[in-house]
Design a protein. Structure first.
Length: 577
């Protein structure tokens, strides 16, 4: 039997990839030949070839999102949602082949009118790390919009760049633009459109409310060049500083990852092998420590300023960040420089008036020069010295603290990482760990990543330990959560926390606190700020490996066992309601 298969889900992440893997195994068990097109946003898509479609005895489509079936007209086709195959993939394939019918015409029609009340929505999702919240928010928006009967296309700004990009025609035809982002994104192409801004967290947890609010309150966006806060754009001052900081952190992260892993690779040849000039170890250290880490703080400051003042703030921010590095002010100085540069550039843009003939000089000459001078002079004569002293004191304290202080810091960082699962508190702890990497302080980052893995791993363990208490969908979510936990994606626990926050959050914090404390007690050090257990593939990226794994396992057991005990089944909840 030869079959051709398509798997697809709104975000193109977990469900689509998991379904493709299950079908591949089931086909092999049945001794069938299967060609699979997994429509994914995170792995390369291998489309079904014309010959594969022609030679297939049956076309199987397992999708939670519309799939264009034009190319399958005349073939025997079976369509279902992904959930149908999860319990027994072998039986699913046999049923699909038996029930498949000849496709007479394409089953996906593209609406061309809005007269029926159907609205066209375009959206962008983006989070600081560009890993979990970005895609989970996109999937939530797509599913809810389609449930309400609207058309939607979501562009994701993830760690691998913009995917599913919006075209000018799609933006022009849209009735509403939704920006669900925790970092600043360029809004210039949405000029004149009704635009609503929210966070990825709200888009994920309160999707229906946010879409309804967007239709009811979205103002018409008017873009002003050189000013990121234009008229018509909703202002959220209380989250502004956090958003600007996260924009800087998100652009800094690739440098931290590349630099940290390059340094770790140099240690493969010996801890001090890089000191011998001309060797590969020395070259790797130059790439990581001499180049990537040297750019970290300027990029952090530059993109904080960019988030505040748009492009005119970038140059002053980069210059201020370089001064922070050269004066020894470290990442704390970089944060100060970024806000100084951004707000000074924005103030000049809003308050300095020039004749119309000279207005064009403002963004390319006046603002960068004036803001750079203001930022540079303040950093050199006022801020640089005190912040440098504070950074030196912090680094010295962290490198020389006793076991009691180390354990206490680990507990605090662990609790913060597990409190809001990718929210502001989680990101504050994460930023603290990442910032210290530039000063060769690696222990806090190790505690942060270990504790951040615990919530998702613990929820996965709980669904295994107490299967009878979880329904089928929660059981499948637990499997996905465990995989996400291995990758250091805390957001895998969000589905459980959203349903049962009063039990899930304390259990996660207890496990995270234990893991953070043990990581610090064991003196674990981590060179890279992301990757989860897959960082183990890089020699010396994590030390000591076995004790680090013990810390993660201990926290996972505490979270998993405690929630398995405290969790109430659906029947128990109904009985006590």
């Amino acid at each position: 039997m030869k079959i051709a298969v398509i798997t697809a889900c709104p975000s193109g992440i977990a469900n689509s990839i998991i379904a493709a893997g299950l079908i591949e195994k089931a086909a092999a068990a049945l001794s069938w030949t299967a060609e699979i097109e997994c429509q994914s946003s995170v792995v390369p898509v291998k489309s079904l070839s014309t010959s594969a479609i022609e030679n297939a005895d049956c076309i199987v489509i397992a999708a939670n999102t519309p799939v264009d079936t034009t190319r399958f007209v005349g073939k025997r086709v079976y369509q279902s949602d992904i959930g149908s195959l999860l319990s027994d993939p072998n039986q699913y394939l046999e049923h699909a082949v038996a029930e498949a019918t000849e496709l007479k015409q394409p089953t996906v029609a593209i609406a061309t009118e809005n007269s029926s009340g159907i609205k066209k929505i375009v959206a962008i999702t983006a989070c600081p790390t560009g890993v979990a919240h970005t895609f989970m928010a996109a999937e939530a928006l797509e599913e809810e919009a389609k449930r309400q009967g609207h058309q939607i296309k979501v562009e994701t700004r993830g760690s691998v760049g913009a995917k599913n990009q919006l075209s000018a025609e799609e933006i022009a035809a849209a009735d509403l633009v939704i920006i669900a982002a925790d970092i600043e994104v360029d809004l210039s192409r949405f000029n004149g459109k009704k635009l609503y801004k929210t966070s990825t967290g709200l888009a994920l947890k309160k999707t229906a409310d946010e879409i309804e609010k967007a239709f009811a309150t979205a103002p018409v966006y008017q873009h002003q060049a050189g000013n990121s806060a234009s008229e018509g754009e909703p202002k959220k001052e209380k989250t502004g500083a956090y958003k600007h900081l996260m924009t800087g952190v998100s652009h800094m992260l690739p440098l931290v990852v590349a630099g940290g892993l390059s340094i770790a690779l140099s240690f493969v040849f010996g801890i001090e092998a890089f000191k011998e000039e001309g060797t590969l170890a020395a070259a790797l250290m130059t790439i990581g420590g001499g180049s990537a880490f040297a750019l970290m703080i300027p990029v952090l400051a530059g993109f904080i300023a960019f988030s505040i003042a748009d492009r005119p703030g970038l140059a002053p921010g980069l210059i201020g960040g370089m001064l922070a590095s050269s004066t020894g002010a470290g990442f704390l100085g970089g944060i100060v420089a970024g806000f100084l540069a951004g707000y000074s550039a924005k103030w000049i843009a809003n308050n300095v008036s020039l004749p119309q003939s000279m207005e064009a000089l403002k963004p390319i000459l006046i603002i960068p020069l004036a803001a750079s001078l203001i930022t540079g002079l303040i950093m050199i004569y006022i801020v640089g010295g005190p912040v440098s002293s504070a950074m030196t004191a912090l680094t010295t304290f962290l490198n020389n603290m006793g076991s009691a202080n180390a354990v206490l810091l680990g507990i605090i960082l662990g609790c913060m990482m597990c409190f809001d699962l990718g929210g502001p508190v989680n990101k504050a702890a994460y930023t603290f760990g990442v910032g210290l990497l530039a000063s060769q302080t690696y222990a806090p980052m190790a505690a942060v990543m270990a504790a951040g893995m615990v919530p998702a791993l613990g929820m996965g363990l709980a669904t295994f330990l107490a299967k009878r208490k979880f329904n089928a969908s929660e059981g499948e979510a637990g499997k996905a959560s465990f995989v996400l936990g291995l990758c250091f994606i805390s957001e895998g626990a969000i589905p459980f926390a959203a349903r049962d926050p009063m039990r899930v959050i304390p259990c996660c914090m207890a496990g995270g606190a234990l893991t953070g404390a043990l990581s610090m007690l064991f003196g674990a050090k981590l060179m890279a700020p992301h990757g989860g257990l897959f960082v183990l593939l890089i020699p010396n990226a994590i030390t000591p490996v076995m004790l680090y794994l013990v810390a993660i396992a201990a926290g996972t057991l505490v979270t998993g066992i405690s929630y398995a005990v405290l969790k109430k089944s659906d029947q128990e909840q109904l009985a006590t309601a």
